[in-house]
Design a protein around this ligand. Structure first.
Ligand SMILES: Nc1ncnc2c1ncn2[C@@H]1O[C@H](COP(=O)(O)OP(=O)(O)O)[C@@H](O)[C@H]1O
Ligand SMILES: N[C@@H](CCC(=O)OP(=O)(O)O)C(=O)O
Length: 384
C-alpha cells in the first residue's frame, strides 16, 4: 500500500488513560498470542507508571488465542457457543501474556453490557476499577464473552474501551491497532488514501471513510474505532489512534508525542458530566433540605451534608440518582439532583445530624456527604 504518512503532533495531556489493544496486535493471523507487539505496548505502560500515571488496559485476543490452542477442526469453531468457548480457553493466556511484563499485579476484569447499563453494577464496577488503580494493579479488561450473548454484548472492544474510559473518568482513550491511524479510505484497498491527523468531530463524512477489519482476527475495523471516539467525546474524553506495531510510534508516545490520529472531545469533561447528571434517570426518591442547605447547593460548590436534610420520601438505593427539593412558599420545589451515597433508609436515620455522627448512627460510614458536589447538579432555572 502506498499512502501518505501521519505527521507528528503533541499528545493531549493525560494522567489516567484507557489503552485498548486489538487482536490484530496480539495474534498474528491464525497463530496464538505473541509478545512481539505486546512488549512495546507494555514498555509504554511501564514508562507511564514511572511518570505517576494510571493505565487501564482493554485487551482483546481471547478468541484468537483460544482458536490457536484448540487447533483441531477450526472450521467447526465458528458458531456463537464455539466462540464463547474459545474465549474462555484463550482468556487465561491473555492475562498471562500481560502479567509477564509487570511486577505489579495484573487484574482480570470481565464486563458485559448488562453490567454497565445497570446503575448499581456500573457503580460497583467503577468502585472496583478505582480500587484496583489505587492498589497499583494493572486492570486488564475484556468483554465477558462466555455469558455475553446478543442483547448483553457490547459487540467489540473499541466500544467497551470508550465506556470504560467514561467509567474510570479517564483523561484520554488510546487505541492501539495495526495501522498508523485514520485514512480517508481503507488504505489496504485504496492506495490513494490520505492520512488524517486531527478529527474535530466524527461527522457522517468521517464515518464514510471507515472500512472493515484489516486482518482475520480483528473484528470491527475502523468503524468501531470511530464509534468509540464518538462515545468518548460525549463523555468529554479525547481519543488517539496509533500503530502498535510501530516501535518508533510507541517510543514517541512515551515522550508525549503522537504519530497517528487525534479525535477531539469537543465538550469539557465537567460539562459532559453535568449533562449526564441532569439527564440520567431518577430513582423514585426525594430528599428535602432546609433553606440554608438549599442556598448552599444552588450557589454551587457545596456537597449535601446530613445536617441540612429535613426529610426523605420514597425509596432509593446507594448510588441512585435522587431529586433534591426544598419548601418554597409552602410548596415543595425541586432545586437539584444528584447521586446519593446512602440508601433512603440510611438517610432517614442520619437526617439533621452532624456528619461525624454517621458512623455512630449507622455502625458504618460511606463518607461525610450524602450527595458529593461532583455528583450534584442544580436544576432550578437551569437550562437542559
Ligand atoms: N479509513 C480507514 N483508515 C484506516 N484503517 C482502516 C480504514 N478502514 C478500514 N480500516 C481497517 O481497519 C483495520 C483495523 O481494525 P481491526 O482489524 O478491527 O483491528 P483491531 O484488532 O486492532 O481492532 C486496519 O488494519 C484497516 O485495514
Ligand atoms: N472479546 C474478544 C475481542 C473482540 C474484539 O473487539 O476484538 P478487536 O476488534 O480485535 O479488538 C476477544 O478477546 O477475542
Amino acid at each position: 500500500m502506498s499512502t501518505s504518512r501521519h505527521s507528528e503532533q503533541e499528545l493531549p495531556r493525560w494522567r489516567r488513560a484507557v489503552l485498548k489493544v486489538g487482536s490484530s496486535l496480539l495474534a498474528a493471523n491464525g497463530g496464538g498470542l505473541s509478545t512481539r507487539h505486546a512488549l512495546g505496548l507494555a514498555e509504554f505502560i511501564a514508562s507511564s507508571h514511572r511518570a505517576g500515571r494510571e493505565v487501564v488496559l482493554v485487551s482483546s485476543g481471547a478468541v484468537a488465542a483460544g482458536r490457536a490452542l484448540v487447533r483441531a477442526q477450526p472450521e467447526a469453531a465458528h458458531g456463537l457457543a464455539a466462540r464463547q468457548a474459545l474465549a474462555a480457553i484463550g482468556q487465561t493466556t491473555v492475562v498471562a501474556l500481560w502479567q509477564r511484563f509487570f511486577d505489579r499485579p495484573v487484574a482480570q476484569v470481565l464486563l458485559t453490557h448488562d453490567d454497565l447499563r445497570n446503575r448499581r453494577r456500573y457503580l460497583n464496577a467503577r468502585a472496583t476499577l478505582r480500587e484496583l488503580l489505587s492498589l497499583g494493579a494493572l486492570p486488564v479488561v475484556n468483554e465477558n464473552d462466555t455469558v455475553a450473548v446478543d442483547e448483553l454484548k457490547l459487540g467489540d472492544n473499541d466500544n467497551l474501551a470508550a465506556i470504560v474510559a467514561a467509567l474510570v473518568d479517564a483523561d484520554l482513550l488510546l487505541i492501539a491497532t495495526d495501522i498508523d491511524g485514520l485514512y480517508s479510505a481503507n488504505p489496504r484497498s485504496d492506495p490513494a488514501a490520505q492520512a488524517i491527523d486531527d478529527v474535530a468531530a466524527v461527522t457522517p463524512q468521517v464515518l464514510a471513510m471507515a472500512g472493515g477489519a484489516g486482518s482475520s482476527v480483528g473484528t470491527g475495523g475502523m468503524l468501531t474505532k470511530l464509534e468509540a471516539a464518538t462515545k468518548a467525546a460525549t463523555a468529554g474524553i479525547g481519543t488517539v489512534l496509533f500503530n502498535g506495531t510501530d516501535a518508533q510510534a510507541m517510543r514517541l508516545l512515551a515522550a508525549d508525542r503522537l504519530r497517528g490520529t487525534r479525535f477531539r472531545a469537543g465538550e469539557t469533561r465537567l460539562h459532559a458530566r453535568k449533562y449526564w447528571l441532569r439527564h440520567a434517570p431518577l430513582a423514585g426518591g426525594r430528599i428535602r433540605v432546609d433553606a440554608g442547605a438549599a442556598r448552599a447547593l444552588q450557589s454551587g460548590g457545596a456537597s449535601l451534608l446530613p445536617g441540612g436534610i429535613v426529610g426523605v420520601s420514597g425509596e432509593f438505593a446507594r448510588g441512585d440518582m435522587v431529586e433534591i427539593e426544598t419548601m418554597l412558599n409552602e410548596q415543595a420545589s425541586s432545586i437539584a439532583r444528584g447521586i446519593s451515597q446512602y440508601a433512603a433508609g440510611e438517610v432517614r436515620r442520619i437526617a439533621g445530624r452532624k456528619s461525624a455522627e454517621i458512623e455512630g448512627l449507622l455502625g458504618y460510614s460511606y463518607g461525610e456527604t450524602v450527595v458529593h458536589r461532583d455528583d450534584l447538579v442544580a436544576t432550578a432555572g437551569a437550562n437542559p
